[in-house]
Write a protein that binds this ligand. Structure first.
Ligand SMILES: [Ca+2]
Ligand SMILES: [Ca+2]
Length: 161
């Protein structure tokens, strides 16, 4: 490796480190900041109820989607990791009436895969980012284990440096 290469490598490493610090400055370690939220993409798989409990244990909720920007961001992130992920939507209170679990609010935006939600076998009441449908949304059985996305409030704008 010549001197220029080494210099470039060090610069890249340093700037990568700095950028990562900037992105995560006000979110907990391992969480990513987007818009007004911090998001955690789990590396373990749980059923929806236990995922809900796991997020609550982090003072967070399963991620809810209230804008097309957040919708697109979570889809892109799920795609980059390559897994299915639970989101915080459900229709177990009234079948066909989709609401966000922390607020009880009806969906204002959605990204259902073609033919979904289909409530297959009358048993699908929880919202999944579905890898097999190019990371659009599916209603799925709440008792199946998938990875999940937690969301907490972004603490505020910080001035870096
Ligand atoms: Ca259902
Ligand atoms: Ca379905």
């Amino acid at each position: 490796m010549n001197c220029m290469c080494l210099q470039a490598l060090i610069l890249c490493t340093l700037s990568g480190f700095y950028l990562q610090n900037e992105v995560n400055a006000e979110c907990p370690l391992g969480w990513v900041h987007y818009d007004i939220s911090c998001f955690l993409f789990s590396t373990n798989a749980l059923n929806w109820y236990n995922a809900h409990g796991s997020c609550r244990a982090h003072n967070a909720r399963i991620a809810e989607v209230n804008s097309v920007d957040v919708m697109a961001y979570l889809r892109q992130m799920a795609k980059s990791y390559g897994y299915d992920y639970w989101l915080g939507g459900r229709d177990d209170v009234i079948e066909g009436f989709w609401q966000w679990s922390s607020t009880g609010e009806n969906f204002t935006v959605s990204d259902w895969a073609p033919g979904e939600p289909d409530d297959a076998a009358n048993s699908q009441d929880c919202l999944l980012i579905w890898k097999a449908a190019n990371y659009q949304w599916d209603d799925q059985q709440c008792t199946i284990n998938y990875r999940y996305i937690c969301e907490s409030e972004y603490p505020g704008e910080a001035v870096i440096g």
